[in-house]
Design a protein around this ligand. Structure first.
Ligand SMILES: Cc1cc2nc3c(=O)[nH]c(=O)nc-3n(C[C@H](O)[C@H](O)[C@H](O)COP(=O)(O)OP(=O)(O)OC[C@H]3O[C@@H](n4cnc5c(N)ncnc54)[C@H](O)[C@@H]3O)c2cc1C
Length: 467
């Protein structure tokens, strides 16, 4: 057993991957988790006798290291799920990935022709890039398709105009996807998809996404580590540029040789009294978007075939509807009901964030009924779950603020920031797992990897437009 004292803040995918890898190598790791269970945003839990996740959580990676880790943990308790996802727009369903005949028949000849014309216009005289998401997408797909397939969803999700959204979001999520690629794939019936946006299968653990993280935590605990649940960490205790350990909620200092944090980086810096005013100022400009999940139990099965549906219709506030009946049967067992979850997004100062649960439940029921997706069946139960600081907002200019913060944090040699909250990056599970693996390697190899340089747009990380 190595003698270094190591602390990991947060038991989500990033924190647990670090702890798991270090434990395997004979280190003793203490993990502190604010919640009463592990898994972070990728946790699963029991609701009305069924297993659900926090919204849809598929696992996919083209990176061998990450797949190997996931498969090692999953053992034989997982399945490959055929993905069905569609876009709900103006009462119609568009397959995603796009299927040409479906798009043509839904949009009608006139709108389809207008889409092709606006696409052709971009090929002849492309819209100039100005760093915004809007121009990035318009220049590749044409304005018409931008308005139908990108604008409303993105503006619901981010709460800002697509003009104010940094093109990094697109570069990360839809980097190499072009209209031609989507159309060619549609004609090929999806065969030969290599782009992650067009991937038709994904891995899913039989016990829900969170089962992977429950197993990782169990391994850590069984092999000398400690998982402290319901332990919120206030921040770091530092002496100059050396991190001496952590400060818990009761303001107690606990000494460590290395600290790896996946708690919201903005809070961590805000709680560092020695951080210069310029750094604090930069951090105050970095914002996260919150999510409100409304779970509804419907008295029936076979409601609709999708794993999840993107809701582009501007008249509905919800942005996505997940159907947990369409993942793996182990989630629902013998139950004859369907659990759906409707997603809403808001900021702390929006009225929605403080809206009473009952009002949210009524809104979600009303919107579900408007879509007709419940097939006229009774809605038996409802439950609201709020996730603060869910999505790092890539508002134009955010990179400058992030750089001020990261340059400051880089001065601490025995500290690493990992994960979606932890590094202010729009990570999926695979990306957070990679950060965890590399953070563990850093402890062993004298901090050879610069985690701040890992971006979600490296080749394995082109996620789709709408996760
Ligand atoms: C609705 C939704 C859908 C998603 N869909 C997908 C998908 O399909 N595929 C996919 O791969 N990913 C998906 N994701 C993203 C995925 O959930 C995250 O990428 C992943 O969970 C990030 O892992 P993490 O460890 O970086 O952060 P987190 O999962 O956020 O874990 C951080 C942990 O730190 C804890 N913590 C925070 N503050 C403190 C503190 N002060 N002290 C102690 N602990 C603290 C938190 O409680 C949490 O457990 C989705 C996310 C959401 C919200």
């Amino acid at each position: 057993m190595h003698s270094d004292k190591i602390c990991v803040i947060g038991a989500g995918p990033a924190g647990l991957a670090t702890a798991y890898e270090l434990t395997k190598k004979g280190y003793k790791v203490d993990v502190y988790e604010a919640d009463s269970q592990v898994g972070g945003m990728s946790r699963s839990f029991n609701l009305w006798g069924q297993i659900v996740d926090l919204g849809p959580h598929r696992f996919f990676s083209t990176d061998k290291r990450i797949n190997n880790l996931w498969l090692e943990i999953a053992g034989d308790e997982y399945q490959e799920v055929n993905r069905i996802t569609r876009v709900f727009y103006q009462g119609k369903y568009f397959y995603y990935p796009l299927k040409v005949m479906n798009v043509l028949s839904n949009l009608g000849l006139f709108t389809s022709a207008m889409c092709m014309l606006s696409y052709a216009k971009e090929r002849l005289a492309p819209t100039k890039p100005d760093g915004s998401f809007e121009n990035w997408v318009v220049s590749r797909f044409g304005r018409r398709l931008f308005e139908i397939f990108f604008k409303t969803y993105s503006e619901k999700l981010w709460g800002i105009s697509c003009k104010d959204l940094d093109s990094d979001f697109a570069a990360q999520r839809i980097k190499k996807l072009s209209l031609m690629e989507a159309v060619i794939n549609a004609f090929k019936g999806g065969k030969g998809n290599t782009h992650k946006s067009l991937v038709d299968q994904f891995y899913y653990a039989n016990g829900g996404t969170g089962q992977i993280y429950e197993k990782m935590a169990a391994y850590v605990a069984q092999n000398g580590g400690n998982i402290h649940l319901s332990k919120r960490i206030h921040g770091l205790s530092v002496d100059g540029t050396v991190v001496k350990g952590i400060i818990d909620e009761n303001q107690q200092n606990i000494a460590y040789d290395h600290v790896i944090s996946s708690m919201p980086i903005t809070q961590l810096v805000q709680h560092l009294p020695s951080a210069p005013a310029a750094v604090q100022d930069a951090v105050s400009q970095l914002e996260f978007r919150n999510t409100v999940l409304v779970y509804l139990e419907v008295d029936g099965i076979d409601l609709f075939p999708d794993n999840w549906l993107y809701v582009h219709s501007p008249q509905l506030k919800t942005g996505r509807i997940t159907n947990f009946r369409n993942w793996v049967p182990e989630l629902y067992g013998n139950k004859q009901t369907t659990i759906l979850v409707l997603e809403y997004w808001c900021n702390f100062d929006d009225a929605e964030w403080s809206m009473p649960d009952l009002d949210f439940e009524n809104l979600a029921k009303k919107e579900l009924i408007e879509t007709g997706l419940h097939q006229g069946k009774e809605i038996l139960n409802s439950h609201v779950f709020k996730i603060p600081r869910c999505y790092p907002i890539y508002k134009v200019g955010y990179k400058d603020h992030l750089e001020v913060m990261t340059e400051y944090l880089k001065t601490f040699q025995n500290f690493q920031a990992v994960g979606r909250y932890g590094s202010f990056k729009y990570n999926n599970q695979d990306h957070s797992l990679l950060m965890g693996i590399l953070a563990a390697e850093n402890i062993e190899n004298g901090y050879a990897h610069n985690l701040w340089d890992i971006n979600t747009d490296y080749d394995s990380y082109q996620e789709e437009t709408q996760d």
